[in-house]
Design a protein around this ligand. Structure first.
Ligand SMILES: [Zn+2]
Ligand SMILES: [Zn+2]
Length: 385
């Protein structure tokens, strides 16, 4: 680290790093902070404490950027990296629901973002990475792209992303590395190199195509739904709608939406529903892959086919009203508006909570509990270790 010198800014000791650590194209802020720290022979904790002692940076998700609690941090990082402060505008996770950068609540997980589930500096879920991208010590860095939940494989290596260490299966947590490990591609727990693939499964061609399509929508800020150009936000809103439609269909394959997705080319006999009813972003990579492949299939269905199949199955506008809060995405209106509409009934108070839960609901909450216990187990091991 550099020697300090007085300057008329808030953090007068901030000046370009002794060992230049440029911010790489597509890199995440977590990645840069870890690399810069290790390059200067200190832990990520020491590094961030040195520059911003008033914050416990690693209890936050650094990839969200810092403008929601202190914009000065980003300005400091710009000086440290030698880049313009604007460089970081596109290099942070964004809030899809509002199409703006994160404003207020800094701890809540963002839509389309893999949660890290922080407990102090410890993450109960690992940081997503491609084992092949981690091979070279000096070249290794983490891409912001990997934090988005539609990203399930590495576009360069066509391998699945993973979140645990290939050697010890602990969540990958670069922020816990010590200076002795020297490079970001190490496991804080077993000190092994993160270049070991956990599974030898290879992403399907369809998944790869989907991934490219989603990346395109993200980078160009627009996409195509039912032949129409829509904004990025609408494109992802539609994608989530399709994912939920698939989940609904798989839940009851013999009911309306099960028949609908089957008629549109999804094999409801062999596919199974995610083990938990958690929101998409919280599902493990494998379960997200299955849902994305189905959603990609549905993305390719044209408006006429949608309308015809819906008519055949007596699906009305009301059918898409799964709950009071359901909003049919704008991009789907071309189909939705063509369907019949049944005058809405007002539902009287139902004794919903008197009914015993169905076995499916019980199993889903049991699986959620098991997942929580696994996460706690890893955390306890970490605490003892
Ligand atoms: Zn890769
Ligand atoms: Zn390990």
């Amino acid at each position: 680290m550099s020697e300090t010198y007085q300057r008329a800014t808030q953090n007068y000791w901030v000046k370009p790093l002794t060992f230049a650590t440029p911010f790489l194209y597509g890199e995440s802020l977590t990645s840069w902070l870890v690399r810069a720290a290790l390059k200067h022979g200190c832990s990520p904790l020491t590094f961030t404490y040195y520059y911003w002692p008033q914050y416990r940076i690693w209890t936050y998700d650094a990839d969200k950027g810092f403008s929601h609690f202190d914009g000065q941090i980003t300005s400091d990082i710009a000086i440290l990296t030698g880049h313009n402060v604007d460089t970081f505008d596109d290099q942070i996770l964004i809030d899809f629901s509002e199409d703006t950068s994160i404003k207020s609540d800094n701890k809540s997980p963002l839509q389309w973002t893999t949660p890290l589930s922080k407990r102090n500096r410890y993450s109960r879920l690992g940081y997503p990475y491609c084992p092949d991208c981690m091979e070279d010590d000096k070249e290794a860095y983490l891409k912001l792209q990997w934090r988005f939940t539609w990203s399930v494989c590495c576009t360069k290596h066509k391998t699945f992303l993973q979140v645990n260490c290939g050697h010890c299966n602990q969540p990958y947590q670069p922020q816990l590395l010590s200076p002795e490990q020297r490079f970001i591609n190490r496991c804080h727990s077993c000190l092994g190199k993160m270049d070991q693939a956990i599974s030898n499964a290879i992403p399907s061609e369809a998944l790869h195509k989907f991934q490219q399509l989603a990346d395109e929508a993200f980078y160009s800020k627009q996409g195509i739904v039912l032949g129409q150009v829509v904004s990025m936000v609408q494109w992802f809103e539609h994608l989530l709608f399709l994912i939920n439609l698939v989940r609904r269909g798989l839940k009851n394959p013999n009911y309306m939406f099960g028949k609908l997705i089957a008629a549109l080319g999804i094999d409801t006999d062999t596919l199974s529903l995610p083990k938990t009813a958690l929101r998409f972003d919280f599902l493990p990579v494998g379960e997200r892959v299955a849902l994305l492949e189905c959603a990609y299939r549905l993305l390719q269905v044209d408006a006429n086919d949608w309308i015809n199949v819906c008519f055949d199955l007596d699906i009305t506008q009301n059918s898409f009203q799964w709950s009071k809060s359901t909003v049919t995405p704008k991009a789907f209106s071309e189909v939705h508006d063509q369907l019949h509409r049944v005058p809405t009934r007002s539902y009287g108070a139902q004794s919903e909570d008197m009914k015993p839960a169905s076995p499916k609901v019980v199993m889903a909450s049991w699986n959620r509990l098991k997942r929580k216990m696994q996460m706690r187990d890893s955390y306890d091991k970490h605490k003892k270790g």
